[in-house]
Design a protein around this ligand. Structure first.
Ligand code: 13P
Length: 311
């Protein structure tokens, strides 16, 4: 890369030349969020990827999100800035182990969080995100046992919300498991008026202190619409960028980890993306997501079911 290149200008030029749309998750660095055509949570980004008329989708998030875009929009070139941007939840649910459970428990419906591989999606009955999991589980037949995979904390929260007895896959997000209940209580004592907004990937010990539990977009809507002026945010802290932009007079405090600090909750996978990698991905149309057609068609079914059920 020419070191004198203005990255934002260069990306904007490629965006026009390639008829590209740049999608970014709220967990991306602020400068990437500011560059994106659309910033959203997993559900909104899936909808955007399914509906876009662009020729190229540049997905600034982690790999499974790019895969979802490709499954929903197979005719588009889908690039991700870094092919190594994985996800601890995806890692915690290997397709062979998931298939073994399904083979052993054929009576179970498999409700699977979107944070998983295309292979696991293809073995699932319906996909959910944190913003529609409760709604979708509520819509399922009451007489069927349900496997909820791979996030056991989201699953436990959905089980509590719906009153359904879910079998939970033993997976979790390394980021949301970093928050410390003890340090959160201390922070609340120092900020008695602060409302706590938490993502349901947090363990119950954190959720129990939350005034609001929801997806990233749900948390954003909550803090913007709530009359309060101080909020403790228990999710990946880069979402605070959007909060500060939209409500500069409010105070947003990242929830603490065990050392009382907050940087432990920075997602190392999301952080792999940079402006330089976005530029190169657009320029080279690589790394591009490719999915064998048979697998794509299998993975599409439970994703379409999700989009129908949460329309
Ligand atoms: P949402 O985008 O549904 O809030 O979930 C966050 C997440 O886990 C992204 O990987």
């Amino acid at each position: 890369i020419d070191p004198t290149l203005d990255m934002v200008e260069a990306i904007n030029r490629l965006r026009r030349e390639k008829n590209a749309v740049i999608l970014a998750h709220y967990y991306q660095e602020g400068e990437i969020q500011d560059l994106a055509d659309f910033v959203g949570d997993s559900l909104d980004l899936s909808r955007k990827a399914a509906a876009t008329s662009a020729d190229m989708i540049v997905f600034c998030g982690v790999r499974f999100m790019g895969e979802v875009a490709k499954i929903l929009s197979p005719g588009k070139v889908v690039v991700i800035p870094d092919a190594e941007a994985g996800c601890s939840l995806e890692e915690s649910c290997r397709a062979d182990a998931f298939k073994a459970f399904r083979d052993k428990n054929p009576d179970h419906l498999a409700v699977t969080y979107i944070n998983c591989s295309a292979e696991v999606k293809a073995l699932s009955d319906v996909i959910v995100t944190s913003s529609n999991a409760e709604l979708i589980v509520n819509s399922l037949p009451k007489d069927k046992p349900i496997l909820f995979a791979p996030d056991r904390h989201l699953g436990a929260w959905v089980a509590r919300r719906t009153g359904r007895d879910l079998t939970l896959w033993p997976g979790s997000c390394i980021i949301h498991e970093q928050f410390s209940e003890k340090e959160l209580i201390k922070l609340k004592v120092r900020h008695p008026n602060a409302k706590v907004a938490a993502h349901p990937e947090c363990p119950d010990a954190i959720l129990t202190h939350a005034d609001h539990v929801g997806s990233t977009r749900g948390i954003l809507d909550y803090v913007l619409n709530h009359p309060g002026s101080e909020f403790i945010i228990a999710t990946e802290p880069h979402i605070i960028h959007q909060m500060q932009k939209a409500a500069p007079d409010k105070t947003f405090i990242p929830a603490p980890g065990a050392d009382g600090g907050c940087s432990c909750a920075d997602c190392p996978f999301m952080a792999k993306n940079t402006l330089e990698k976005i530029y190169l991905a657009m320029m080279n149309a690589a790394p591009a997501i490719t999915i064998p057609e048979e697998l794509r068609v299998q993975a599409l079914k439970p994703l379409e079911r999700m989009l129908e059920l949460s329309a």
